[in-house]
Design a protein around this ligand. Structure first.
Ligand code: ZN
Length: 102
């Protein structure tokens, strides 16, 4: 599969978020990503493996959606749902293309 460059912005719930990958100095050593709803930023730890950083981006997007929807998901729910959703998207590229009309 061709590698696509990480976008610098994401549109979530009608707002533009900055998306950036930074070294672990900006994050706790055990933190793979952070979602900052007050200034619309998502930061990913660039020291994680390429597959992990992509999965983490979905995890942080789910946090943003949860925040906007007010669903109150806890960390375990976000982790479980984002992991399963990431796998479903990764394992079904034809479905994703069909669903998005690409
Ligand atoms: Zn989280």
């Amino acid at each position: 599969m061709a590698k696509t460059k990480m976008p610098g912005t994401l549109r979530i719930s009608g707002r533009d978020y900055d998306l950036a990958a930074e070294g672990k100095s900006c994050l706790n050593v055990e933190t793979m990503g952070m979602h900052y709803p007050w200034d619309n930023r998502i930061i990913l730890n660039d020291s994680t493996a390429p597959g992990q950083i992509r999965s983490t981006s979905l995890h942080e997007v789910l946090h943003a959606c949860d925040n906007d929807a007010g669903t109150g998901l806890d960390e375990q729910a976000v982790t479980s749902l984002s992991s399963l959703l990431f796998a479903a998207l990764r394992d079904n590229p034809q479905w994703v293309k069909w669903m998005m009309g690409w």
